[in-house]
Design a protein around this ligand. Structure first.
Ligand SMILES: Nc1ncnc2c1ncn2[C@@H]1O[C@H](COP(=O)(O)OP(=O)(O)OP(=O)(O)O)[C@@H](O)[C@H]1O
Ligand SMILES: [Mg+2]
Length: 366
């Protein structure tokens, strides 16, 4: 028998895989409405040939979507994943908003090169093809190129019958705040308010922090047991999966972290510190993730001066941004860079690495 989302949620709480949270529970009926609507709408093909043809000519606009916002770690992604998984239609897609917009920008570029007069319409229609539900995780708009197209994009998707559900850390009015040409962006905020139910997830609990509180986050030596422990934490924090590449634009260049999901990224020390990255890159990484898993930090010496220096910069950026650092390392922080130029400065890094292992580290981050 089909269970409601609330029943599924309550079952998980009863078996102990979720802590019952009234604020999360309060959001479920909003998702249930969308779920029921999508599941009970007759699929286009069952309407008979004529119906199918008519429908193709003029798609029915989508019903109201949902814009779910709130502080970090409140369970927005978890609720959206529950909803996406339990909505029994095949024409659905869940995607990280940032990855989706990169795809759109690539397609727009390709369409313009083919000489399309208005590239947005064919690109949006191609996305909407065979799709009735689009779930975006972590909507945020920082890029002017995205800000300038997202309004018309959503409008077209909705007109083509795609229901949109999205999570965000900000209320709609704060999207693209202080962005360039923000006036041109305002119609998008109006569209969200008109075509999506806006709901705040008001839970007082940051579950991500909660899950890590009291958990070991620094593993030494960096042996297979440490690797397995990091993998277990990754699964715990992201819900499992390989993670998708996260590409960040920094000063006109792009840097990519190969494995990211749900605000968590995982990379090796060498990926992060053996590449010619600078402070701007580390700041961008720190701004893009809430938890960074750094694997295989080696013992450093004067021979790895550049890597050590980058590591110091990385730790400073993570520290300032209150990012949670989970790491495996060859040794205790104080012994990672004991001699060589900069060993003195490394003491501060070691001390920060210690502090960042604390149970309540990052708890105040917003
Ligand atoms: N009620 C709960 N009981 C136990 N764990 C939970 C609960 N709600 C969420 N979690 C877990 O807490 C972590 C954070 O949740 P989630 O990623 O959904 O937060 P979020 O609101 O999307 O955060 P962000 O804004 O940073 O993306 C996840 O590992 C999730 O599975
Ligand atoms: Mg999330």
């Amino acid at each position: 028998m089909r269970q409601s989302l609330t029943e599924i949620y309550d079952n998980r709480a009863a078996e102990g895989s979720l802590r019952p949270d009234p604020a999360q529970r309060a959001v479920l009926p909003l998702l249930e409405d969308i779920r029921t609507r999508l599941e009970t709408a007759p699929p286009p093909r069952s309407r008979g040939l004529l119906g199918g043809l008519l429908r193709r000519g003029a798609p029915e606009p989508a019903g109201k979507g949902l814009y779910l916002w709130g502080g970090v770690g409140r369970g927005k992604s978890m609720l959206m994943d529950l909803f996406t998984a339990e909505t029994a239609i095949t024409a659905k897609r869940r995607v990280h908003f940032h990855a989706f917009m990169q795809e759109i920008q690539r397609e727009l570029h390709a369409a313009r090169q083919r000489g399309a007069a208005d590239a947005l319409v064919p690109v949006a229609d191609a996305v909407a093809q065979d799709l009735r539900l689009l779930c975006f995780d972590e909507m945020q708009i920082t890029d002017i190129a995205d800000a300038m197209v997202v309004g018309r994009l959503f409008e077209r998707l909705m007109a083509q019958g795609v229901t949109i559900v999205t999570t965000s850390n900000r209320p709609p009015d704060d999207l693209y705040k202080n962005g360039l040409n923000r006036g041109l962006f305002l119609p998008f905020i109006g569209l969200i308010k008109e075509r999506m139910t806006v709901a705040e997830l008001e839970s007082p609990t940051d579950y991500r922090q909660h899950r890590l509180a009291g958990t070991q986050v620094y593993f030494t030596p960096a042996d297979p047991a440490a690797h397995a422990a990091l993998s277990a934490l990754w699964d715990e924090l992201t819900g499992g999966g390989a993670g998708a590449p996260l590409t960040l634009a920094v000063n006109g260049r792009e840097i990519t972290l190969d494995h990211a999901q749900n605000g968590v990224a995982r990379a090796s020390f060498w990926d992060l510190c053996a590449r010619p990255l600078g402070p701007g890159d580390y700041l961008a990484i720190a701004a893009a993730v809430r938890v960074l898993i750094v694997e295989d930090i080696p013992r450093l010496s004067a021979a790895n001066y550049n890597e050590a220096k980058r590591f110091v910069t990385l730790v400073d950026a993570l520290y300032e941004a209150k990012v949670r650092l989970i790491a495996s390392a060859a040794d205790e922080p104080e012994r990672l860079y004991a001699e060589g130029t900069g060993a003195f400065e490394f003491e501060r890094t070691a001390s920060r690495l210690r502090e960042m292992q604390g149970a309540d580290w990052g708890a105040a981050a917003d």
